[in-house]
Design a protein around this ligand. Structure first.
Ligand SMILES: Nc1ncnc2c1ncn2[C@@H]1O[C@H](COP(=O)(O)OP(=O)(O)O)[C@@H](O)[C@H]1O
Ligand SMILES: [Mg+2]
Length: 140
């Protein structure tokens, strides 16, 4: 890969129609770049779960992906409510999803655990009332 590639996507709050588009687009782009199918799959899980969290919890936000010869890095940035207890939020099954989100089939509480499992580096910076930044890196 001659040049690093940066991709950015805006994600709208509470829009279940378009939710998932950014992660599908990123997955296709990685395939076209010749990234291995296992890395594509891991990146797709990370991006999809992080995107849904922007939609459901974060009040919308931005996905930033950097692809270079030794890593795929996926970040999300939002100015939503923040996460009061990150350790709790990362536990399997923990969710604060609304009844509406749950009726739509979301809110299993497995998003952050799945992101963590699929990433080589996983970091969350968050402040209540300010927003959340998530960073996940897959090493190539
Ligand atoms: N971007 C975010 N902004 C605010 N809260 C978040 C964000 N992402 C995750 N959370 C919190 O962490 C919890 C667990 O997230 P996750 O594991 O993806 O499960 P789910 O999305 O099914 O609730 C969420 O229910 C929410 O309370
Ligand atoms: Mg989630």
């Amino acid at each position: 890969m001659p040049e690093p590639i940066d991709l950015e996507y805006d994600v709208a709050a509470d829009d279940y129609q378009t939710a998932g588009e950014a992660s599908s687009n990123l997955k296709e782009t990685l395939k076209i770049l010749g990234i291995s199918s296992s890395v594509c799959r891991r990146a797709a899980v990370i991006t999809y779960e992080a995107e849904m969290n922007l939609v459901i919890h974060g009040g919308g936000g931005r996905i930033i992906a950097n692809i270079d010869e030794d890593k795929v890095e996926i970040m999300t940035v939002d100015r939503g409510p923040g996460i009061p207890n990150v350790e709790l939020a990362i536990m399997e099954g923990y969710t604060t999803a609304s009844d509406h989100a749950r009726e739509m089939g979301f809110g299993a509480g497995m998003g952050l655990p799945n992101i963590k499992r699929n990433a080589d580096i996983f970091e969350i910076e968050t402040e209540v009332g300010v927003g959340t930044t998530l960073r996940a890196v897959i090493k190539l």
